[in-house]
Write a protein that binds this ligand. Structure first.
Ligand SMILES: Cc1ncc(COP(=O)(O)O)c(C=O)c1O
Length: 457
């Protein structure tokens, strides 16, 4: 339905371009205007309440209205020092404290932190640092970056190029020529008859090995991976996957970058997805839950090997010629620091495991539903794959149809869902309670029943 004249929705259509949106449909139908948030709920401008099943964009881990405590930290920091930069040896306390805290929390020994404003910028920075490192080692031609089909690392020119998302490359002239993509490691979708998870993981590692051999190991700088792929459909790595992948990277002297933008800060049941799945990255990128999404901030953590190379480059070139105006913005770092304190107080990893189990057990109970092919999850992140034929693992045609039906019916049932093709992703705010999980599950059940009736009928 077209928005009413002069409404907020009509002005939105008149003046704003929405990211990741069908622009023609938006002109016709207008936006859903979200007016306020409270805990795990958001409210639209008609006063309808929805459970946000994926914390916005996998990020609002403390819910949609900041506490007095966090708001006070932001207010005080704005009054004390509302902006300063960190170029040319300038520093401020919140920045220093947050860098120190992140190095203490890191899953493997890390040496230094760099700050930016988004996950995309963090991954762009990590890509540049991979090139910088290889140049420092005297091999500037070792510059290809490998991501994975279905992987998502952001939308800036370089980060979207590492992402294995052809729809985000089309007609933008991307990916950049030095980017490569290896296999999508989704066991449920991609395994062959009779192939175990371990054997599938071996095949995935062999494919990576072959790609590097074919390209020439002297031309491959780094490999990027999310511990759990988020925007690719919440893909949990098959057993032994990262162990085997890392052996290949070591063999060819290729850097590992762990993209913890979704997985960081408790989502998988540990502080980092790298801990849950045994990754030992040279660089780690994080954002989103770093500030519970209340402020735009991201970080890259680098190990000492990277740092030494950067020192050498700085000596050679006269400085480290990279940075952003808002890198380490004091309000963002102060808020992030307070958020990390809150995570520690609430024992966020234990909470993710305890409440995540309740959520995943509940989702597993839909395993017998005629519309459900796969249920998978870890910590407080999970997915359901919607199928037409369970035995054949076949989706409804065309791809994404079942997903869009579920999305629409979910909204009617008070759920904001994250549907990726025919997969439903779940990553609710980490403050969700037992009762709210049960309520969400009941609504999901109703949504599956009603969607199946429409699709099958
Ligand atoms: C794993 C991962 N990396 C990077 C990004 C990009 O982050 P941003 O949108 O803050 O640039 C995202 C965003 O969803 C993500 O899921």
């Amino acid at each position: 339905m077209a928005p009413l004249p002069n409404s907020a929705a009509a002005r939105d259509v008149a003046y704003y371009i929405h990211p990741q949106t069908n622009l023609r449909k938006h002109e016709q139908d207008g936006p859903v205007v979200i007016s306020r948030g409270e805990g795990v709920y958001i409210y639209d401008d008609a006063g309808e309440r929805y459970i946000e099943t994926v914390a916005g964009l996998w990020c609002a881990s403390l819910g949609f209205s900041a506490s007095e405590r966090i708001a006070r930290v932001a207010y005080d920091q704005m009054r004390k020092l509302g902006y300063y930069h960190t170029y040319r040896h300038r520093a401020h306390e919140a920045n220093i404290d947050l860098a120190e805290k992140l190095i203490q929390l890191a899953p493997v020994p890390m040496s230094k932190a760099l700050f930016q404003c988004s996950g995309s910028e963090a991954n762009d920075t990590a890509i540049k640092l991979a090139w910088y490192y290889q140049a420092a080692m005297g091999r500037p031609g070792k510059n290809k970056i490998i991501g994975r089909q279905g992987g998502y690392h952001g939308n800036t020119v370089a980060s979207v190029s590492v992402s294995g998302k052809p729809d985000m490359h089309a007609d933008f002239g991307l990916p950049l020529p030095m980017m490569r993509h290896t296999e999508f490691p989704h066991y449920y979708r991609k395994h062959e008859d009779g192939e175990s998870e371990e054997a599938f993981a071996t095949r995935m590692a062999e494919a990576l090995d072959k790609l590097i051999e074919d390209e020439g190991p002297d031309t491959v700088a780094a490999f990027f991976a999310e511990p759990v792929m988020g925007a690719g459909g919440v893909i949990i790595p098959p057993k032994t996957y990262f162990e085997k992948i890392q052996a290949v990277l070591r063999k060819h002297d290729v850097l590992l970058v762990a993209d913890e933008v979704i997985c960081g800060f408790g989502r998988t049941g540990n502080w980092w997805g790298s801990q849950t799945f045994g990754l030992k990255p040279d660089m780690l990128t994080c954002a989103k839950a770093l500030s519970a999404a209340y402020q735009p901030i991201s970080a890259v953590l680098i190990n000492e090997k990277m740092h030494q190379a950067m020192l050498a480059q700085s000596d050679k070139l006269g400085g480290f010629a990279h940075g952003y105006t808002y890198a380490g913005h004091p309000v963002t770092t102060a808020v992030a620091l307070e958020v990390l304190k809150i995570y520690e107080e609430m024992d966020i990893t234990a909470r993710a495991r305890r409440l995540g189990k309740r959520m995943i057990d509940g989702l597993n109970r839909f395993g017998g539903h005629p519309l459900v092919g796969e249920v998978n999850g870890v910590g407080m992140i999970a997915a359901i794959e919607l199928v037409k034929d369970k035995a054949a693992r076949a989706n409804y045609e065309p791809t994404g149809r079942a997903g869009s039906v579920v999305d629409r019916i979910g909204r009617k049932n008070g759920l904001v869902l994250r549907v990726i093709g025919d997969r439903m992703g779940f990553a609710p705010p980490m403050i969700i309670t037992e009762a709210e999980i049960d309520d969400m599950l009941a609504r999901v059940g109703r949504t599956l029943d009603e969607s199946h009736k429409e699709l099958a009928g």
